[in-house]
Design a protein around this ligand. Structure first.
Ligand SMILES: NC(=O)c1ccc[n+]([C@@H]2O[C@H](COP(=O)([O-])OP(=O)(O)OC[C@H]3O[C@@H](n4cnc5c(N)ncnc54)[C@H](OP(=O)(O)O)[C@@H]3O)[C@@H](O)[C@H]2O)c1
Length: 431
């Protein structure tokens, strides 16, 4: 059997781009034998030609303008690894598909914002496009959803979608670290970027959740439809209290389908130590698909990093002959739509509430009475020993209540003179 030649153009030679080059350099002979295909890098591009790279790029043809690569007959696949939701990344997607090149990307921002438009272009031009690495790094979640391995109707899809946040929260819990110290450690170990803003404010998780929701429910959601809260306000005291109560604090992305409406939210959550999801520590990611027929399917793996992410890209490249690649997003469901981020007020669940009060007799009774008067049913209550400047921390765990109700009551509560600190509100998720 003859060996087919497939030419690749790689745009972006950073963490993932250099990882991909390494994989191709190391494994091309294996691919030749196994897939009867010779994958050769016929073009590379990045911002700065003279930058020192941690992989050898000697012998590869350099393009100052990567869009030129889409015009070449010896390039069949364009791999976009630069990032950004618009600009060059979007242009590359459009020009690649127009010229019937297979467009492969790891860019969650691009796919969350323009995924459906790019899919429609791929349909129009009968070209392929893949984005496995955009969600969950090395976890093959897109393939899992898309290859119809899920035979029923997905009711919920949720998980830990950001390794940086999971690492920080794990270290805060295990080593009693403050948020800033845990972040620094994550940066030193390469789990967090120099500018970790999108990770810690929840945006990165929201991008990935938007992609998962679109695929799982056939909707066309906007990232702004997702209620998003990050982890920077999580304090050591809450991590410790959660532990005492039998919970871990985890940043979750959650998408629920109910009455043909999809509610999406990203926020730190208290999750029981007994749940499977709470076992996923450090930089690991997990995604749980809750399907009507198969029940819960959980996948775990490295959500980022040079090798796992480049491996996902390579898997997309190796799947070049897979006809399923043309079917992404086709399950558009006209009946189902996404709620807006404000609709989180309809969520019903339990809450963890912490506040600092004057260390005076009767204050605790007053706060308890306040909750009772406003029909907030309290499941448990704790007064902590670590008093600071005569302020005692109190922690309450509520029974189930709507977000709307709790936010109204907390607004009133903030006006109470006895409460001396901000009121911390965290959601408890029963998963
Ligand atoms: N890193 C991960 O673990 C991971 C995981 C999943 C998904 N992703 C996604 O993969 C993509 C790449 O991430 P990365 O971590 O590899 O990023 P990175 O290390 O910052 O590398 C980005 C690359 O893009 C190049 N670049 C930036 N702007 C450019 C422009 N205008 N024209 C040409 N080249 C340009 C840079 O060139 P210079 O090198 O010359 O500066 C660099 O080589 C992003 O979409 C990211 O979200 C990354």
């Amino acid at each position: 059997m003859s060996v087919k030649k497939i030419g690749i153009g790689i745009v972006g030679l950073g963490t993932v781009g250099s990882g991909l080059i390494e994989i191709i350099q190391k494994n091309n002979n294996i691919y030749k034998n196994k897939y009867k295909t010779d994958f050769s890098i016929n073009g590379i591009s990045a911002k700065n030609r003279n930058k020192k790279r941690n992989v050898s790029i000697k012998g590869y043809k350099w393009f100052d303008d990567p869009v030129k690569m889409t015009e070449l007959p010896n390039i069949d696949i364009i791999v976009e690894l630069i990032g950004g939701s618009d600009g060059l990344a979007l242009k590359l997607a459009k020009e690649s598909l127009k010229r019937r090149k297979y467009f492969v990307t790891a860019n969650k921002a691009l796919i969350a914002k323009h995924g459906i438009k790019i899919f429609e272009l791929s349909q129009k031009y009968n070209a392929k496009f893949s984005f496995e690495a955009a969600v969950g790094g090395g976890i093959p979640i897109i393939r899992l959803i898309n290859n119809s391995i899920i035979v029923g109707k997905i009711k919920n899809i949720y998980g830990i979608l950001n390794g940086t946040c999971n690492y920080i929260l794990t270290k805060m819990r295990e080593n009693n670290l403050q948020f800033n110290k845990a972040l620094k450690e994550a940066q030193n170990l390469g789990f967090a970027e120099a500018n970790p803003k999108d990770d810690i404010n929840g945006t990165d998780t929201a991008y990935k959740l938007a992609i998962l929701s679109n695929l799982a429910f056939g909707i066309n959601t906007k990232v702004s439809d997702i209620y998003t809260e990050g982890i920077s306000k999580i304090e050591e005291i809450d991590i410790k209290m959660a532990q005492k109560l039998g919970y871990k604090i985890i940043l979750l992305g959650i998408s629920n389908l109910k009455n043909n409406k999809v509610m999406q939210r990203v926020h730190p959550s208290l999750v029981s130590n007994n749940s499977m999801i709470s076992k996923v520590d450090n930089e690991l990611n997990t995604i749980i698909i809750d399907d009507e027929v198969a029940d819960k399917i959980m996948v775990v793996g490295k959500g980022a990093g040079k090798r796992p992410t480049a491996a996902s890209i390579m898997a997309d490249i190796l799947n070049i002959h897979d006809e399923n690649k043309k079917k992404f997003f086709v399950t558009k469901n006209k009946k189902v739509s996404s709620l807006s981020s404000k609709d989180i007020s309809k969520r019903e669940g339990r809450f963890y509430i912490r506040m600092g009060v004057d260390d005076k007799p009767g204050v605790l009774a007053d706060i308890t009475l306040f909750f009772k008067k406003h029909k907030i049913s309290i499941k448990s209550m704790f007064q902590l020993d670590n008093k600071i400047k005569n302020i005692v921390p109190l922690v309450f765990v509520t029974h189930k209540i709507t977000e709307h109700k709790i936010s109204l009551v907390l607004k009133k509560m903030k006006a109470l003179k006895k409460i001396k600190t901000k009121i911390v509100l965290l959601r408890i998720e029963e998963l």
